[in-house]
Design a protein around this ligand. Sequence first.
Ligand code: F6P
Length: 326
Amino acid sequence: MGEIKCVGILTSGGDAPGMNAAIRAITRAAIYNNLSVKGIYRGYRGLITDEIQEFKTENVSNIIQRGGTILKTARCKEFTTPEGRAIAYENMKKEGIDALVIIGGDGSLTGARIFAQEYDVPCIGLPGTIDNDLYGTDTTIGYDTALNTILDAIDKIRDTATSHERLFFVEVMGRDAGFLALNGAIASGSEAAIIPEFSTEVDQLEEFIKNGFRKSKNSSIVLVAESPITGGAMHFAERVKKEYPQYDVRVSILGHLQRGGSPTAHDRIIASRMGAASIDALMEGQRNVMIGINHDEIVYVPFTKAIKNDKPIKPELVNVLRELSI
Ligand code: F6P
């Protein structure tokens, strides 16, 4: 690939609050640097079906505060096949797109890595997922907003949990990562979090009960990260009903409301910084990297590292939750 004149933007996988702020930033930074911009609709699917539109600065006006993604999003099976990617590449050439900026989670960045290798297309990724499970960046776009949404829900659940003196298992998203559950529990003053990262090492329910459930309280809230590894909130409620029938148990599954809503200031700022940085990266000749923010500095993380699925959970956070929930 030669000189970059036109950049294509797409959002892929689960939407995340702040994706629109990122689309705005990429578009405006590209135009500021005399590049043209094309918006690709419905993720990789739009590359295959040629749903592509030229973007000017006004196409991204009045979107910084909006959740979701104006480009729509999809999980595209066809793009995982060589035939699908060949059509995508033909459409890219036809549309005159020289480089791609992809906003999404690990599946989306994996797609970018394969496509970039196969066709020598410059690809830059932005970490857009509420799960916060991409390595090399302190947080991902959408994570902070989702955390705040969880807090809002738990503050309300606590009112009824306290009134009825109940034990609540609240299931939160995160796929196979426990960041939303663990930090959500710390920030909401919940009593415990059950997360996949520790599920194979200890029986987290046993530990929670043993560590003094209801020593000084008459209600409790436990956050459970959705995941086949934890088994989810229903699994723990069933266990408590059988093993500790003295407790009055209820379950609340927060679900997709965690993905919506207006992005927080933090998510708008990181999305804006990362979006602008993606254009700098392309102009510097970077390829196949995810833009991250580490210790408040922009960093370039090779796709292979970012998606390796080993972003660590700090054991210190687990201890803080344990100490403060007595
Ligand atoms: O990756 C974001 C996420 O919201 C996960 O937390 C969740 O497991 C998944 O997407 C749900 O995907 P879908 O919206 O396709 O059901």
